[in-house]
Design a protein around this ligand. Structure first.
Ligand code: NAG
Ligand code: NAG
Length: 369
């Protein structure tokens, strides 16, 4: 035991000396960033809104600071050769893995030991502490990132008392770069009439609670005014669906549980294209983030809420969707999300070598996890 402490202490001291040396030697240097996600096509498509937000956020940082401030490698095909993609990274660089699928593949432990600042972007409701309990045997390759980036406030690591707990930041999928060219906004501009139909987008089987909610809505919303779309697995089918939708209802898989995260990936796409979004109640902090953009109501109250929209004129509905869209594009601009989450500050620290010598970073390198 004593020997283990001596080894740990020695490792911390060596890392501290190296970091101090580099800091003394260097001014700001470009931060190399590798952004990766699964290459599995369907899931890859679903993760796209967050991918685009991260790429746009880094571009905004480089514009604000210096064109050469970052060297971003963000090629989903490149991630099939993860070892190659991450070999170039070293002390003070940044590695981000996006998404649940294959999140055990990155060499987390190795990256941490090399002083790379590691981030796991979570795409599903999750435990505050990741799976720190199960990091033995088959689970040995569970992620051990320095940070988690979250699409929902419900996933915050605030409730995590295990140590070392990753730091969490709220960096939800934001306004897409091509938001101006959406089919619905084009349709609005062309003055096409809007139809009073409520759509649902998502899996319609396999989740008992959601199926019950869908049956309730089908039974209470007038016949023909409620439609289901469950097979949107690529951009082309999404765009075709968006072109005919004007209002969409959002339901959790575990429907009627108001503590669930808001489905921000789906909602971001819908808002960007000017759809009215009604949602069942969600995590209170997520509701606050989308206030004035998404209309929240308990499942019982959704049909009455929809009836009010359906009774208003097509022009009023189009205006409501347009207003929510405008608000979303401003509030969820990637640069703004990065600022508010402190990512600009993190990148500044990495460029100046500060982050590398923080006690936290040094301990992380010395720990055997
Ligand atoms: C990794 O990189 C090396 C040299 O840069 C290359 O020869 C090799 O084919 C790459 N491996 C993969 C799986 O892409
Ligand atoms: C589903 O919701 C119920 C409450 O409605 C809750 O007790 C349960 O933990 C939830 N399940 C999951 C997996 O979140």
């Amino acid at each position: 035991m004593a020997a283990a402490w001596v080894t740990l202490l020695a490792a911390v001291l060596v890392a501290a000396a190296t970091a101090a040396q580099r800091r003394a030697a260097g001014a700001e240097r470009p931060v190399r960033i590798v952004l990766c996600k699964t290459t599995f096509r369907r899931t890859n498509f679903m993760y796209e809104p967050a991918w685009q937000t991260l790429v746009a956020g880094f571009a905004a940082y480089a514009r604000a600071r210096a064109p050469g401030a970052l060297r971003l490698t963000a090629d989903p095909r490149g991630c099939s050769a993860l070892k190659n993609a991450t070999r170039q990274l070293g002390e003070g660089d940044l590695f981000i893995w996006l998404g649940r699928l294959h999140h055990e593949q990155p060499p987390w432990v190795d990256l941490n030991k090399r002083g790379v600042h590691t981030v796991y972007y979570r795409t599903e409701p999750d435990e505050p502490c990741l799976s720190t309990v199960a990091r033995t045997g088959a689970e040995r390759h569970a992620p051990t990132p320095a940070e988690t980036w979250e699409y929902t406030h419900a996933n915050s690591a605030a409730g995590c008392t295990a140590w070392p707990a990753p730091r969490s930041r709220y960096v939800p999928p934001g306004a897409p770069a091509d938001a101006g060219a959406g089919p619905r906004s084009a349709r609005l501009l062309a003055g096409h009439p809007d139809v009073a139909v409520l759509d649902f987008v998502g899996a319609t089987s396999g989740y008992a609670m959601r199926v019950a909610c869908l049956s309730y809505l089908s039974a209470t919303i007038p016949h023909g005014a409620f439609r289901l779309a469950h097979d949107l697995w690529n951009e082309a089918t999404w765009r075709r669906a968006l072109a005919r939708m004007s209002a969409v209802v959002n339901l959790h898989k575990n429907c009627s549980d108001s503590a669930q995260p808001l489905e921000a990936f789906r909602v971001a796409k819908l808002l960007a294209y000017g759809c009215i979004v009604l949602s069942e109640r969600s995590d209170a902090r997520d509701e606050a983030a989308f206030a004035g953009m998404v209309t929240f109501a308990s499942v019982d109250a959704l049909p009455a809420m929809w009836a009010r929209f359906a009774a208003s004129s097509a022009a009023q509905r189009a205006a409501a969707g347009g207003a929510a869209r405008t608000k979303f594009l401003a509030a969820f601009a990637p640069a703004r999300l990065f600022h508010e989450a402190g990512v600009f500050g993190l990148l500044d620290e990495l460029r100046r070598g500060r982050r590398r010598s923080s006690l936290w970073a040094l301990l992380r390198r010395a720990l055997p996890v």
